[in-house]
Every structure is written in structure tokens, then in C-alpha cells.
Design a protein around this ligand. Structure first.
Ligand code: SF4
Length: 350
């Protein structure tokens, strides 16, 4: 029997769901792509990425065959490039080992790169109506309020959250129920100022009854580290120099301008000259400060001091070093900070 909570929530979802491109299909491939993209940014930011991605890689075979550089370039701006690499690897496994079909068994899917419990539950419940619960930030917050669980919205509460979900999960229409919970968290049971008067499940909500919905969960204290770095924009005959990062570690395989961290005892100009000398072995004829760019990552804030660097010697091209015409920048995936610099340079010079 469907629980009263599931009945109420699902009915609300079916009447109130936003019309989003990935909700117009049951194609597990498209649902998978949308779920991975949605893990890092807002729905409105994902829509254009999703549409471009589906145009370029309409199915799992096309994705499996595509060169990784093309995939990373398409992902540029979404961050967390490892997720794009996992999409590629999983697509190749699905093509090679599962006849190009995303399997519907959770145990098999969980073995694919990038399929944690959330992604597995989301894709399989939405595409195949598998009876699986999912917990993301929205679901965790909603259930913490329903049960009036105190504390920060932390994964340590997930055991209780999951226990509750298993008592209310319907037999059929699991995908709509799961999406309903997430949609409720996004639109109504928002982290700040939940709109309880419009909430379809307020009669099940303990925090609302107690008037404590604004106090649950407690806001997280975030430690943000500041990083100051210099960037060298080297131009020669209308072309710009970029280099590829190593294949392992932070921002692996992405392209960027030369530069690096400013040490405690250095001015930005000193750091610029040292970094370029260390990385490329060249000295400047002249340098000029252009502008500063800030970029926020989850755990740190980067301030990039961007300089024009006119070198005495020209660095030769090689596999991991390129001189680019401005129109070719979009073919080379870059970290978000570098992409912001490109945008600023060409906006200024256009
Ligand atoms: S009543 Fe308020 S706090 Fe409770 S689930 Fe609904 S929106 Fe969230």
C-alpha cells in the first residue's frame, strides 16, 4: 500500500514539477547525464550544458567513441572534471560489456565509474522505476525537518534519513516520488525561508509543528582558504601561449596559462618572473599588470593577478604547449579561473 506521505508528495510533484529537458524522457542515458551535471550546479545553469551535450553526444555509443579532450571541452565551466572522465569511462564499459545499454540492476551499475549510491538510485528509479531511495542535499534537508533532526546537514544523519525513506517509499512511481522530494527541497522546503504554507506535506512535518523549520538544519561553518596566484598572458603575433597540466592530480589534463602561487615573501611581479622562468625557462623583456580575477571553489578562494608577459625568447610548440588563435580557445578545456581570464582578455580586446 502506498503511504499517505508518498501519495501526497507524488500528486504534488506531478502537478508542480518544472518542465525540464531531462524530464521529458525515460532514456537512462539522458537521465544519467543530467544527474551528473546537476550534482555541481543549479538547474538553470545545467540546461544549456545538457542541451549542447545531447546534441554533441546523443547516445552512449557516441560518448564512448569521443576523444577525451572533446568531452572535457564540452564540460568546461561545470568544474569537477573527474565526473566527465567517469562518464567517458562508464560509457566505454557500457558499450563493451553491456551491449550499449545502461543495465537496470543496481549491483551492476554501482560498479561503473562515477555511480555512487545517489546516482545509481536516481538513474534507476527515474528510468526503470526501481525501488531505490536517494539522498542528496535537498532530500536530506527535507527529511531532517520532517523528523526534526537537529544538527548540521551532514551525512552522519543519512542512516536515519534512509530508514525513514524506506518506510514511505512507494512500490510504483518511485522515480516521481524521488524527484518529488528533490523538487520539494528545491522549490518549497528551501534551505533559507522554507515556504511551509505552500508545502503539500506540512501535516507530516515535525519541525513545522514545533515551529523550528528555520533552525533545522543548523548552518555549516565553512573554512575557506585564500590562494593568491599570478598568471602570465604571453602573446606573440596575435597568438596566445597555453600549456597542459599533468594527467594526474588537481585539474588534470586541462589547459592553462603559465603561472603559480605567490609565495609569502614575494610581490606578484617577482612571483610572475620566477614562475615563468621555472616553468618555461624564459625571462621577460617587459611585464605589465592587466587585471585581477577571483574564483571560488568549494574549499578555497583563488585570487589571480593577471599580467602581460613579453618574453625575450619564444617558447616552441610541443604536445603539451600550444600557441592559440583567440577563436581556438574553446577547443581546449580550461579550469574555470583561466576561462574567466580568456573571457576578460577577448572582451577587452574586441
Ligand atoms: S512544512 Fe516546511 S519545513 Fe516541513 S517539509 Fe514542508 S516546507 Fe519543509
Amino acid at each position: 500500500m502506498t503511504s499517505p506521505f508518498a501519495k501526497t508528495l507524488t500528486a504534488w510533484y506531478l502537478n508542480n514539477a518544472r518542465d525540464l529537458p531531462w524530464r521529458r524522457t525515460k532514456d537512462p542515458y539522458k537521465i544519467w547525464i543530467s544527474e551528473i551535471m546537476l550534482q555541481q550546479t543549479t538547474v538553470s545553469a545545467v540546461i544549456p550544458y545538457f542541451e549542447k551535450w545531447i546534441q554533441k553526444f546523443p547516445d552512449v555509443q557516441t560518448l564512448a567513441r569521443a576523444p577525451i579532450q572533446e568531452i572535457l571541452a564540452q564540460w568546461q565551466g561545470l568544474g569537477y572534471y573527474n565526473r566527465a572522465r567517469n562518464l567517458h569511462r562508464s560509457a566505454q564499459i557500457i558499450v563493451d560489456e553491456h551491449e550499449s545499454r545502461i543495465p537496470s540492476g543496481p549491483d551492476i551499475v554501482r560498479k561503473l565509474p562515477g555511480f555512487g549510491p545517489y546516482t545509481t538510485g536516481a538513474v534507476l528509479s527515474i528510468a526503470f522505476d526501481k525501488k531505490l531511495s536517494i539522498i542528496d542535499a535537498n532530500v536530506r534537508r527535507v527529511v531532517m525537518r520532517i523528523l526534526s533532526i537537529e544538527g548540521e546537514a551532514d551525512t552522519k544523519h543519512d542512516k536515519r534519513v534512509l530508514e525513514y525513506l524506506l518506510t514511505v517509499l512507494p512500490e510504483k512511481g518511485v522515480g516521481d516520488f524521488n524527484q518529488g522530494l528533490m523538487e520539494l527541497g528545491a522549490l518549497v522546503c528551501r534551505s533559507k525561508e522554507p515556504v511551509c504554507v505552500q508545502c503539500p506535506v506540512s501535516k507530516f512535518c515535525l519541525a513545522y509543528k514545533e515551529g523550528r523549520q528555520e533552525l533545522i538544519p543548523t548552518p555549516k561553518k565553512r573554512i575557506v582558504k585564500d590562494i593568491n596566484a599570478v598568471i602570465a598572458v604571453i602573446e606573440h603575433k596575435g597568438k596566445y601561449f597555453i600549456q597542459k597540466r599533468p594527467s594526474k592530480g588537481l585539474l588534470a589534463d586541462l589547459w592553462e596559462f603559465p603561472g603559480g602561487k605567490i609565495e609569502a615573501d614575494e610581490t606578484p611581479k617577482e612571483a610572475l618572473i620566477r614562475e615563468v622562468q621555472e616553468e618555461l625557462g624564459i625571462s621577460p623583456k617587459s611585464v605589465k599588470h592587466l587585471f585581477d580575477v577571483q574564483h571560488f571553489y568549494t574549499q578555497f578562494r583563488v585570487k589571480l593577478s593577471v599580467w602581460r608577459f613579453d618574453p625575450i625568447d619564444i617558447v616552441p610548440t610541443r604536445k603539451d604547449r600550444k600557441w592559440l588563435n583567440p577563436i581556438d580557445f574553446n577547443k581546449y578545456p580550461m579550469p574555470s579561473g583561466s576561462a574567466k581570464i580568456v573571457e576578460k582578455i577577448f572582451k577587452k580586446s574586441s
